[in-house]
Design a binder for this molecule. Structure first.
Ligand code: F1P
Length: 350
């Protein structure tokens, strides 16, 4: 198999792409602020499909934590097909944040149409300025530098996530947080230099199952890591809220189980205790945390050392986990540039 890979190039381009994303966001600051302040929103509904649905889960959790504004992440199909289960009632003022790399995913466009039937605004976040989403949204935030040739989303996911962080920072009026996002590209360069190769070594292990755990916004990111592993390496994987893992799924653990924890600052002790339970049962753990953790006895440990708080540094996990999926695919003799049965976007014939 050739060493060159489009998805690998896209993964490794993230430091530069995040810098361009930051410039784009700053360039859109006024338009974005105007939309966000255009009325008193009762809530924000983040939506997307696949990767961008998981992004929505992470974004909604962060947004509500940071702003106190009610926020929810829902799959676009639910918004389009079961709106009554998503919108509380017809009169609530909800801003729909529709996220899609391609801007052409059918269900995401259904959600946009449903929102417009309610005569309420759509903020579209996409990589493609000519897409139906960009054209139909009341405001389109287009991060074209993050667009991809690959099927599996990598830099698009992280850049679009940073866009939602930026938006939440603006609503919260938290300028230090917004400013800290500009430091992510340099932090990522260091993280990739220090840990990129190591992720490849761990990925080559004889794993039968890989499980991702995260709390708060990190749960959505854990889900995305799980999806990457499935898409690129055709490996069975699952994701759970950290402490949920004890409530049944822990029965799966054996010596060919790798549990990857995205360790927060808020709940670090409680989360590391779950990983310790996994090891007691014979499983292996990989903890990705800001610091190695005093007394932590992880099988594998990655410290991000970013100097950023858990809200700001979130995207730093993904490139490492994308590399893990990439190398797992290679170790299984698969081509991560050509995921089975998948296309870049699901466009349904009506
Ligand atoms: C969403 C998505 C991708 C997935 C797949 C099909 O695309 O579900 O996450 O990898 O290949 O489309 P988009 O709406 O973000 O363009």
């Amino acid at each position: 198999m050739a060493d060159k890979s489009i998805v690998l190039e896209e993964i490794m381009s993230q430091p530069q792409v995040w810098s361009s994303t930051w410039q784009r966001l700053e360039g859109n600051r006024d338009r974005l602020t105007e939309l966000l302040a255009s009325q008193c929103w009762d809530g924000i509904l983040f939506t997307g499909c696949g990767s961008t649905y998981y992004l929505s889960l992470a974004a909604a959790n962060l947004h509500q934590q940071m702003t106190g504004q009610r926020a929810r992440g829902a799959p676009a199909s639910e918004v389009g097909l079961f709106p009554a289960g998503v919108y509380a009632d017809v009169d609530t003022q909800v801003l729909l944040v529709a996220i899609s790399r391609s801007g052409e995913t059918t269900e995401t466009l259904w959600a946009v149409d449903k929102q417009h039937e309610r005569k309420q605004a759509v903020l579209g976040i996409t990589c493609r300025g000519e897409s139906p989403l960009a054209r139909r949204a009341d405001l389109a935030l287009v991060i074209s530098e993050a667009d991809e040739a690959s099927v599996a989303q990598t830099r698009a996911f992280t850049s679009l996530y940073i866009a939602t962080q930026y938006m939440s920072g603006l609503v919260a009026g938290d300028e230090p947080f917004v400013d800290s996002l500009s430091r992510l590209p340099s932090r990522l360069e260091t993280v990739l230099q220090r840990h990129g190769e190591f992720m490849g070594q761990v990925a080559a292990g004889d794993w039968e199952r890989v499980i991702y755990l995260g709390s708060g916004p990190y749960y959505g990111l854990a889900c995305e890591a799980m999806l990457k592993l499935k898409e690129m390496s055709l490996s069975w994987s699952e994701a759970y809220h950290f402490l949920e893992f004890r409530h049944g799924p822990i029965s799966l653990v054996d010596d060919r189980t790798l549990v990857i924890g995205l360790v927060s600052d808020t709940a670090e002790d409680a989360e590391r205790a779950v990983l310790a339970d996994v090891r007691k049962l014979g499983g292996r753990t990989l903890a990705i945390a800001e610091t190695p953790g005093a007394g932590a006895d992880e099988t594998y440990a990655v410290d991000l050392g970013s100097g950023l708080n858990e809200r700001a540094r979130a995207a730093l996990h993904l490139p490492l986990l994308q590399l893990f999926a990439f190398h797992r695919a290679r170790a299984r003799g698969l081509d991560p540039d050509r995921p089975r049965h998948l296309q870049q976007a699901v466009v349904l014939a009506r």
